[in-house]
Design a protein around this ligand. Structure first.
Ligand SMILES: *Cc1c(COP(=O)(O)O)cnc(C)c1O
Length: 375
């Protein structure tokens, strides 16, 4: 195909995926509309069962968002006022917000410079007698070092809560993220690896008691209608979103393979360019590339390359420009200086990444980056 006027390349293109699943989604939505069981109906139940099976966990409890999934997980684990939760400063704010929602305090520790995930050695140093939980994020789809973190959690009797918002389908030694810690929290925000067409979330656990607690908490603290044993939330997975997620779930491995194919193509080319470090490929588990994030040697390079991409009609973005410990919202927690997170936040940028991105378009991205090197 000859393409004289190259079209823009976005960060994410949800329209590219829809034709593949349109028939199934339309059929499911029509049936759900006819059925009219809109709150915790059969599609939510079926999706919870199918996702638990896929993830290899005993229980998967749907909820309204990934943020709520983290919040519910911490509530179910009994984390509350006075408690400290050790987490990463290099994440979306929801990770740390959830800790504050339950009245606990986020303790930010520095990250591993290769994977950008929380550094278990830094976690070990930060444990105090107020620490109740450790909340790693599988950032950009790269599994965090759960073997090391599980060991620490066991030794100090802490709850390990995995933030899996970016890691649906990522695994460590054949075990899915979200099935290794005491609890896992997933997001179905549209741009996530498994995305709905609106907000949605899921909490996973192998613990029957925690699962019961999660079911009660997401539904106004109620097990039996109009009997409320505690103050819960209104946080249920929407029935129509469950239809969409069910249609997409059988494709998740192929979606993730598509992301990995683009990533390997980018990495092969970027490895030849001076000044850029592609994502670390030899991590502890299977990376599912929610984002493809490159590190520049120098902060100034990032501006140059992002300008060059923009001039070529190619999107790029910085996840995340300000680490959480430097956000005004957490100033009251008196966080320490975290040099690795701060340095990476100044030098990282992410490239367009979605399963259907063509290698021809990936070549255009690479060419624009190479152009900025030569300029
Ligand atoms: C997206 C995201 C969340 C929040 O998920 P929502 O569904 O948007 O509430 C939490 N943590 C991380 C790391 C995320 O990327």
């Amino acid at each position: 195909m000859t393409n004289h006027t190259a079209s823009p390349i976005p960060m994410v293109d949800l329209t590219a995926q829809y034709p593949l699943i349109r028939a199934e989604i339309e059929k499911g939505l029509h049936a759900a509309l006819d059925d009219a069981k809109f709150i915790l109906g059969p599609n939510v139940q079926a999706f919870e069962k199918a996702s638990a099976e896929y993830l290899g966990v005993a229980h998967a409890v749907g909820c309204a968002s990934g943020t709520d999934a983290l919040h519910l997980a911490l509530r179910a684990a009994g984390v509350g006022p006075g408690d400290e939760v050790i987490t990463t400063p290099f994440s979306f704010i929801a990770t740390a917000e959830a800790i504050c929602y339950v009245g606990a305090t986020p303790k930010f520790v520095d990250i591993d410079p290769a994977t950008f995930n929380i550094d278990p050695a830094a976690v070990a140093e930060a444990i105090t007698d107020r620490t109740r939980a450790i909340m790693p994020v599988h950032l950009f789809g790269q599994p965090a070092d759960l073997p090391a973190l599980s060991k620490l959690a066991d030794k100090h009797n802490l709850t390990l809560v995995e933030d899996c918002a970016q890691s649906f389908g990522a695994s460590i030694d054949q075990q899915m993220t979200g099935s290794i810690g005491a609890l896992g929290a997933f997001s179905f925000f549209p741009s996530k690896n498994l995305g709905g067409y609106g907000d949605g979330g899921l909490v996973t656990t192998n613990d029957d008691v925690l699962a019961t607690e999660l079911n009660v908490l997401r539904n106004h603290g109620s097990r039996e209608r109009y009997h409320h044993q505690c103050i819960g939330l209104n946080s249920r997975l929407d029935e129509l979103q469950a239809v969409i997620l069910q249609a997409k779930l059988p494709h998740i491995d192929s979606f993730n393979d598509g992301r990995r194919r683009v990533a390997h193509h980018y990495t092969a080319a970027l490895s030849e360019l001076p000044g850029f470090t592609p994502p670390y490929e030899d991590g502890i588990g299977r990376h599912v590339y929610h984002q493809y994030t490159v590190l520049c040697d120098e902060p100034e390079q990032r501006h140059e390359v992002m300008d060059r991409l923009k001039a070529a009609d190619i999107a790029s973005a910085v996840y995340y420009p300000i680490p959480l410990h430097q956000q005004e919202a957490f100033a009251h927690t008196h966080p320490p200086t975290l040099p690795i997170a701060e340095s990476i936040a100044k030098r990282c940028f992410s490239l367009p990444m979605y399963p259907e991105l063509s290698l021809t378009d990936a070549d255009r991205v690479i060419a624009a980056i190479a152009h900025s090197v030569r300029a």
